[in-house]
Design a binder for this molecule. Structure first.
Ligand SMILES: Cc1cc2nc3c(=O)[nH]c(=O)nc-3n(C[C@H](O)[C@H](O)[C@H](O)COP(=O)(O)OP(=O)(O)OC[C@H]3O[C@@H](n4cnc5c(N)ncnc54)[C@H](O)[C@@H]3O)c2cc1C
Length: 428
């Protein structure tokens, strides 16, 4: 059984990775426990990853409890209006897609640039004077009965009572220490995304984007969503299938494919939109014509199962359970992990073994549920024939009409997972 070194001494935790999960873990442990935290981040600056992410009510509620919600809202775009457009220029369906969950939780939907979210969390970490070291790549983890020691590439070391691996999908902590057997799987799906300043667009086009505006094409799903509070930037992303390169899923294989996807992004999309009609068709072509920097992400995930802790080390966020992004829950899953872990660590009497066992036991079913939901949501993004596309749109439209006619929207249909509150889960 892993005991904390000396009960009278302050406990110490090392957090590896300063993405959304690592920063949130540092904040929550600082707020809720007596644990001294130090963060280590591989990159030389907070983040260079682009794009914008959507955060749903279960995650926003936790950002609120971290004390960063207002600042996040001041940067991102809050609207849960979802419009499904057809290429014929009609509106197939329109709804407030978290209406029921908002009533229950008081939180809606926020689309925020990843850099802004990380900035807001980092600012809070710095305000709490939590030490954070950039440019530090973890290279070795060693454990003894009383502590865990980490060694970084520059030769520096640190020792603590526990190590929290928040180092993302390619987690070093997982690969080399906690669960080396686990391998990533390619989901068959990919995402292409770009940030577009609305100053480059006509007011008519900007006005038409009211929230998450989605258009299905035969090749995949095209979505546009403002991602800054003043609607100064739109995030345009295209979810679609992409075959594994013939040379395999290694870095080189994807590098060639990435270049082809990025180079062809605009022309392929414009071809799909050639016959798009109406004001929406014109708006989409204008938006796509203004795309300049494109990022391509082949979507990998960790198959369900696997080990989340070993000795004094535990995996949290994407490091433990990276899933496809199609449920919009990646960040929220990391936040839920962090809140539970922190609550479990609050009680000094629990050994680390007990904490990590309970963490695993409580989180597994929730993670499995959301993983499956994300996989299901990917289906609508798959390639289809013209008839297939017509059928998909019909299904969405009829489904929404029926739900409305039968009053199912009022029962929280498809929204129950958004009101889940990790702090309300019994620990006993
Ligand atoms: C295309 C796409 C779209 C997405 N859309 C959404 C969305 O709309 N909503 C949503 O909630 N989620 C979305 N996600 C998922 C979301 O981005 C992740 O779930 C989230 O970033 C996970 O946060 P994390 O902190 O666990 O990991 P990461 O964000 O990967 O952060 C890990 C950090 O650890 C650092 N690190 C790695 N190795 C080391 C090391 N050896 N030493 C020190 N530091 C290290 C990295 O540099 C990084 O800063 C999307 C993902 C993709 C790919």
């Amino acid at each position: 059984m892993q005991m904390i070194s000396k009960m009278t001494e302050k406990r110490k935790a090392i957090i590896i990775g300063a993405g959304p999960t690592g920063l949130a873990a540092a904040l929550r442990l600082h707020q809720q426990t007596d644990i001294e935290v130090t963060l280590y981040e591989l990159r030389s600056e907070p983040t260079t990853l682009g794009g914008a992410i959507g955060i749903l009510p279960n995650g926003l509620r936790l950002l609120h409890r971290l004390g960063v919600y207002e600042k996040a809202v001041a940067r991102g775009f809050s609207s849960s209006n979802m419009t499904l457009h057809s290429l014929q220029g009609n509106i197939v369906a329109q709804q407030d897609y978290v209406g029921w969950a908002r009533e229950k939780t008081g939180f809606g939907y926020l689309r925020i640039k990843r850099t802004d979210l990380v900035d807001v969390l980092l600012e809070a970490v710095q305000q709490m004077n939590i030490p954070i070291h950039f440019n530090t790549r973890l290279t070795t983890i060693e454990e003894s009965d009383l502590s865990v020691k980490v060694v970084f590439e520059d030769g520096s070391t640190d020792t603590a009572d526990m190590l929290i691996g928040c180092d993302g999908i390619h987690s070093f902590v997982r690969r080399t220490y906690v669960d080396p057997e686990k391998t990533l799987e390619y989901s068959g799906m990919s995402g292409l995304g770009s940030l577009i300043p609305t100053s480059a667009l006509s007011p008519t086009t900007t006005d038409q984007v009211t929230g998450l505006d989605v258009t299905l094409t035969e090749d995949g799903m095209l979505a546009v969503n403002p991602c800054t509070a003043n609607k100064g930037e739109l995030f345009c992303f295209f979810s679609k299938e992409a075959a594994l390169p013939e040379s395999g899923g290694g870095r080189d294989g994807w590098e060639v494919h990435r270049k082809e996807e990025v180079d062809g992004f605009k022309s392929t999309l414009l071809r799909s939109l050639e016959n798009a009609r109406g004001e929406w068709g014109t708006a989409l072509r204008e938006i796509v014509n203004n795309i300049s920097v494109v990022k391509f992400y082949p979507v990998y995930r960790l198959p369900l199962g696997g080990i989340w802790s070993k000795g004094r080390c535990v995996l949290v966020g994407d490091a433990a359970h990276a899933m496809s992004p199609h449920a919009g829950q990646g960040v929220s899953m990391g936040l839920e992990d962090v809140f539970l872990l922190s609550r479990l660590l609050e009680d000094h009497k629990r050994s680390l073994d007990e904490v990590f066992d309970k963490y695993d036991h409580i989180r597994r079913p929730r993670v499995n549920e959301i993983f499956k939901l994300a996989a299901q949501n990917a289906e609508v993004r798959r390639k289809s024939s013209a008839w297939g596309l017509w059928f998909k749109e019909l299904k969405v439209s009829v489904g929404m009409c029926l739900a409305w006619a039968l009053g199912m929207e009022k029962t929280g249909l498809r929204q129950a997972h958004l009101v889940y509150d990790i702090d309300a889960v019994e620990l006993a």
